[in-house]
Design a protein. Structure first.
Length: 137
């Protein structure tokens, strides 16, 4: 009888974890001003877009919260849309005028980093800390 209860509890625990929903809190810091907003996108491990949105900036930072995420690998990127035109403005040679960034803060000076550099895993409620990057030429 004890063995049956033990097996039942293991199955119940496994199923609960398999279908658990977690939150992801992303804090983006280092904005050069509070102008405009931050446009962001969350991707699954296959680089399929899951959520797109925008958020206001306060005190040169912002916090994006995602709820009800399944345990999995994700990627997150963002831009500081200073003029609210819903795109990353560029100079000659497609050099960004506005700030941008990725989860895991990979080096992105010479173009977008490979997805595997900015993928992360959600296994529990997760906090990410992202820094914005501005090119200065």
């Amino acid at each position: 009888m004890n063995k049956t209860k033990f097996i039942f509890l293991i199955i119940l625990f496994f199923n609960f974890n398999l279908y658990s929903q977690f939150s992801l809190k992303v804090e983006i810091t280092g904005m050069r001003n509070n102008n405009g907003n931050v446009l962001y996108e969350l991707f699954d491990a296959n680089q399929k877009s899951l959520k797109i949105g925008s958020i206001d900036i306060t005190n040169n930072k912002c916090i994006v919260l995602f709820e009800n995420l399944k345990p999995a690998k994700y990627g997150f990127n963002f831009i500081h849309d200073e003029n609210k035109n819903k795109k990353l403005d560029t100079k000659m040679l497609f050099i960004p005028k506005e700030g941008y960034g990725y989860s895991n803060n990979p080096n992105a000076k010479f173009g977008p980093p490979a997805f595997d550099k900015w993928v992360f895993e959600v296994k529990d409620n997760t906090n990410l800390y992202c820094k914005i990057f501005y090119l200065t030429f």
